[in-house]
Design a protein around this ligand. Structure first.
Ligand code: GAP
Length: 439
């Protein structure tokens, strides 16, 4: 019945839908926009929060071996000296001598994508970190950096977390938050932006167990995307070649999604060895290791790191969910989002604007609001309202009609099948919960 929209213009359609329905707006639009920055609108903020919550639920809430952290975004140079980012977090930058555009040398194969010229400068290393100054004095002594990854907060707080939680390896520290990279060529909507959100977890393990846990997290993380509805043929795991590895990595595999331009990275899962803890211990002079009282051994744990992008992943879920079909001869756009990710799980729709339906409809709304994000829509025909909810991915519409006043029941309509069933108001919450599979 449904054709997933795998056409060339899928990207254009999703970007347009995001703009028109209030998922994602270009930032500072009234001033002509600010390249590569985006604002998440009323629907986007719900969905992005849902993506992050689904990750937190899987990586922290449902486990007893992972705890959370929310570390500062601003940091002193020492952190980034120790982590290696000041020395090595660079992309090769070239200038086109003809049109003066700047490019990442490793992405363009010697030809300027703007004007076709081969007359490019030698590549030079461009550090991707945003540098600023903390306080009013703009000198070298007051330099600070916006974090380019959330990960370092987990390493610098390793001893704090160990001492306050009494966890012992294998255990993890998870964090969700903004990171900043001065990307040379931000592109493809929110796929690569200069300000973005990450969902990262550092899993500290005894060194001889690192390989086992690396494999374990590859499996867990692939499963997360599949469980949230990404089609298996659009997802793959790709192991890095040795020359591709980051400066800290002993082995990395990327979870890749089939974007309209081909398979590309959603998440990197790396075995960081003891690189980070050892580097911070050496630079800070603090002890960042673990003493195992059972074996009387002291060791620096290895780290397995699943590092995903929240904003990039949200885009993948939107692309995967977008489809077009026909209902009763009428074309519709439908976002087949997992209920956990949809901006609203439920929409309450009084059949008519007449005041007589309003009290019951509002009663139904307030009964559902503590449990779900619920939209309330009274404008235009019921058919138009169903289409609008389909287009933003709302899995269930609850319609209050004139019969409802007599039988105290409402109609529940399913987004994907469009099937409608009558449900007593008293059983509505239970019925919706049953549909989520979370009774
Ligand atoms: N701590 C390891 C680390 O940061 P990474 O592969 O550089 O690893 C992890 O980043 C994830 O963060 C990426 O897989 C991607 O989803 C997301 N990400 C990285 N740079 C991004 C950017 N400029 N815009 C949007 N997302 C980005």
């Amino acid at each position: 019945m449904t054709e997933p929209a795998q056409t060339d213009d899928l990207m254009e359609k999703v970007v347009r839908l995001c703009r028109q329905r209030g998922f994602i707006f270009p930032s500072a639009e009234i001033y002509g926009g600010f390249r590569s920055t985006y604002d998440y609108g009323p629907l986007g903020v719900n969905m992005l929060r849902n993506v992050k919550n689904a990750w937190w639920r899987s990586v922290v809430q449902l486990r007893d071996d992972v705890v959370g952290l929310d570390a500062a975004i601003l940091g002193p140079p020492a952190v980034w000296e120790a982590s290696g980012h000041l020395a090595t977090f660079t992309d090769p930058l070239v200038d086109c001598k003809n049109c003066h555009e700047r490019w990442r040398a490793d992405k363009i194969e010697g030809v300027c994508p703007n004007c076709g010229s081969h007359d490019l400068t030698e590549a030079r290393a461009f550090n991707l970190m945003f540098k600023t100054h903390a306080g009013p004095v703009e000198d070298e002594g007051h330099v600070a950096y916006l974090r380019p990854e959330t990960a370092q907060g987990m390493f610098t707080n390793f001893a704090n977390v160990l001492n306050t939680t009494r966890k012992k390896p294998p255990f993890g520290i998870a964090q969700v938050g903004k990171s900043f990279r001065n990307e040379i060529t931000p592109q493809n909507f929110v796929f690569r932006t200069r300000e973005f959100e990450q969902m990262e977890m550092e899993y500290f393990v005894p060194p001889d167990e690192a390989e086992k846990w690396f494999e374990y997290w590859l499996d867990q993380r692939m499963r997360w995307y599949l469980d949230l509805g990404i089609a298996s043929e659009k997802l793959r795991l790709r192991h890095h070649d040795p020359e591709e590895l980051s400066h800290y990595s002993r082995g990395t595999a990327d979870v890749e999604f089939l974007f309209p331009w081909g398979f590309d990275e959603l998440e990197g899962i790396a075995n960081r060895g003891d690189y980070d803890l050892s580097a911070h211990a050496a630079k800070s002079g603090e002890t960042l290791d673990y003493f195992d009282p059972q074996t009387n051994e002291r060791y620096t744990p290895y780290v397995i790191e699943p590092a995903a992008g929240a904003t990039r992943t949200m885009m993948a879920f939107l692309l995967d969910a977008y489809s077009e079909d026909e209902i009763g001869g009428e074309a519709r756009t439908v976002l087949r989002l997992h209920w956990r990710l949809a901006p609203y799980q439920v929409a309450v729709l009084p059949l008519s604007k007449k005041d007589t339906l309003e009290p019951l409809a509002r009663q139904v709304l307030s009964r559902l609001q503590p449990h779900f994000m619920v939209d309330y829509d009274v404008t235009q025909s019921i058919g138009r309202r169903y289409r609008r909810q389909d287009e933003i991915g709302t899995p269930w519409c609850v319609t209050v009609d004139f019969d409802s006043l007599e039988d105290d029941a409402v109609t529940v309509r399913d987004r994907d099948t469009t099937e409608q069933v009558r449900v007593p108001v008293a059983e509505l919450l239970g019925e919706l919960r049953r549909r989520t599979g979370e009774e």
